[in-house]
Design a protein around this ligand. Structure first.
Ligand SMILES: COc1cc(/C=C/C(=O)SCCNC(=O)CCNC(=O)[C@H](O)C(C)(C)COP(=O)(O)OP(=O)(O)OC[C@H]2O[C@@H](n3cnc4c(N)ncnc43)[C@H](O)[C@@H]2OP(=O)(O)O)ccc1O
Ligand code: AKG
Ligand code: FE2
Length: 356
C-alpha cells in the first residue's frame, strides 16, 4: 500500500491502527518516513540514553538449582535487581525456536486474520490482539502490537487461540512449567518457606498469561517508546527476547538504567508486583522499558505467572510471623490487575494502590 493512501492525522490513524486492526506493524509497512504525532512520547516517557550505565544484571546458571550457592544467587538477584537472566534452564532450544517462528507467523498474518482477535471480534475475552497499552486512554501510543492469551485450559486454547501459533505456545507453556516451579521453590526458600503447598502454589502460579510482543522497525525511534516504563503485575515473568536487544531495567532505587543484552540460550526472569507484595517488599518488582529501533523488527514473549484472579493476596503469613510489619494491604488479585489495565501504564504506580 502506498504511503499516500493513509491519512496520518490522529483520529484517522487511530482508526487505521486500532479499529481496523492494522496495528503499528501495518503502519510501519507503509514505509512512512517520519513518526506520526500519535506516537511521539513526551520526553519523560522516552528513555534518556545518558542515564544508561554499563552494568549487567546477574546471569545465573541454574542447572544445579538446589545448590545453596545457586539458591543464594537467585534470591540475591530478586532482592537487589528484581531481574536476572538464566542459562541451562532446561527448556529445549527447539521449543523456543518454534515459539519464535510461530510469533513471527502470527504477526505475518493478514490484517483480516489478525483482526479476528481484536477485543470486539475475539471468540473469547481470554485472547486479544492489541496495540499500545490502553489505546482508549494512552495520550501517545507505544510502538508495539501484541497478542495476549490468558491460559484457562488446553481445550480452550486449542479451540480459540490462533491456529498458526497455538501448538507452539502451548508446548512452550508446558515445557516451562518445571522451571517456574523450581524458581518459585527457590524464592520461597529465601523467605523461610521450605515447600510449596497447594495454597502457596495457587497464590504463586495459579494462573498464566502469555503475550506475543512485536516491535516493528520505527522511522524515528528516539521520539517514541516500544514499551513504556512499567513493572509487571505478575508473581514472576519468564521473558524470551530475540537477538535484537532494547530492553532496559531500572537499577534499584536509582535513576540509572541497565541494558539486558540478548544472551544466547537465556531466559530473563523478573519479579512482579504480586511477589513484591507477598514477600512484603523483600523481592523487588522493578521498572523496565523497551526502546523502539530503526533497523530490526523485534519480538519478545513474556509468560506472566500470576495468582488466580480470585485469590486475595497480601504479605505471606510466614514473612509477617518473622516480626515484620505488613507494608501492603490484602487485595483481590483481579481487582489489582483491573486497576493496572484501567489506566495508561506508568512506572510502578499500581503498587501504590495497595500500600498500607
Ligand atoms: C508493558 O506492556 C504490557 C504489559 C502487560 C501485562 C503485564 C502483566 O504483568 S500481565 C499479568 C496480568 N495478570 C493476569 O492476567 C492474571 C489475572 N487475570 C485477571 O485477574 C483477569 O483475567 C483480568 C485480567 C482482570 C480480566 O478480568 P475479566 O473480568 O476476565 O475480563 P475483562 O472484564 O474483560 O477485563 C477487565 C479489564 O481489564 C482489561 N483487560 C483485560 N485483559 C487485558 C489485556 N490483555 N490487555 C489489556 N487490557 C486488558 C479489560 O479491557 C477490562 O478493562 P475495563 O476498563 O473495560 O474494565 C500487558 C500489555 C502490555 O502492553
Ligand atoms: O519486550 C520485552 O523485552 C519486555 C516486554 C515487557 O516488559 C512486557 O511485555 O511486560
Ligand atoms: Fe514487562
Amino acid at each position: 500500500m502506498a504511503t499516500s493512501v493513509i491519512n496520518t492525522t490522529t483520529p484517522e490513524l487511530k482508526h487505521f491502527v486500532v479499529d481496523q486492526g492494522h496495528g503499528v506493524k501495518g503502519l510501519a509497512e507503509l514505509k512512512i518516513k517520519t513518526l506520526p504525532e500519535l506516537f511521539i512520547q513526551p520526553l519523560q516517557r522516552r528513555l534518556d540514553m545518558t542515564k544508561v550505565v554499563p552494568e549487567l544484571i546477574p546471569v545465573i546458571d541454574i542447572s544445579k538449582y538446589e545448590d545453596p550457592e545457586v539458591v543464594q544467587s537467585i534470591c540475591d538477584a530478586a532482592k537487589n535487581w528484581g531481574f536476572f537472566q538464566i542459562v541451562n534452564h532446561g527448556v529445549p532450544v527447539s521449543i523456543i525456536d518454534n515459539l519464535k517462528d510461530a510469533t513471527h507467523k502470527f504477526f505475518a498474518l493478514s490484517t483480516d486474520e489478525k483482526k479476528k482477535y481484536l477485543f470486539q471480534n475475539s471468540p473469547t475475552k481470554n485472547v486479544r490482539f492489541l496495540t499500545s497499552f490502553r489505546p482508549e486512554v494512552d495520550k501517545a501510543y507505544e510502538w508495539k502490537d501484541h497478542l495476549s492469551c490468558f491460559y484457562v485450559s488446553d481445550e480452550e486454547a486449542l479451540k480459540f487461540w490462533p491456529s498458526v501459533c497455538r501448538h507452539q505456545v502451548l508446548e512452550y507453556l508446558k515445557s516451562s512449567e518445571i522451571l517456574i516451579k523450581r524458581l518459585l521453590e527457590v524464592l520461597m526458600k529465601g523467605l523461610g518457606i521450605p515447600k510449596l503447598d497447594k495454597t502457596n502454589e495457587s497464590f504463586l502460579m495459579g494462573s498464566k498469561r502469555i503475550n506475543l510482543n512485536y516491535y516493528p522497525i520505527c522511522p524515528n525511534p528516539e521520539l517514541t517508546i516500544g514499551a513504556s516504563s512499567h513493572s509487571d503485575v505478575s508473581t514472576l515473568t519468564v521473558l524470551l527476547q530475540d537477538e535484537t536487544g532494547g530492553l532496559y531495567v531500572r537499577k534499584l532505587d536509582t535513576d540509572s538504567w541497565v541494558h539486558v543484552p540478548p544472551v544466547k540460550g537465556s531466559l530473563t526472569i523478573n519479579i512482579g508486583d504480586a511477589l513484591q507484595i507477598m514477600s512484603n517488599g523483600r523481592y523487588k518488582s522493578v521498572e523496565h522499558q523497551v526502546v523502539a529501533n530503526a533497523n530490526e523488527n523485534r519480538i519478545s514473549v513474556p509468560i506472566f505467572v500470576n495468582p488466580r484472579p480470585s485469590d486475595v493476596i497480601g504479605p505471606l503469613p510466614e514473612v509477617i510471623n518473622a516480626g515484620e510489619k505488613a507494608l501492603y494491604k490484602q487485595v483481590l488479585y483481579s481487582d489489582y490487575v483491573k486497576h493496572f489495565f484501567r489506566k495508561s501504564v506508568n512506572g510502578k504506580d499500581t503498587v501504590e494502590f495497595v500500600k498500607v
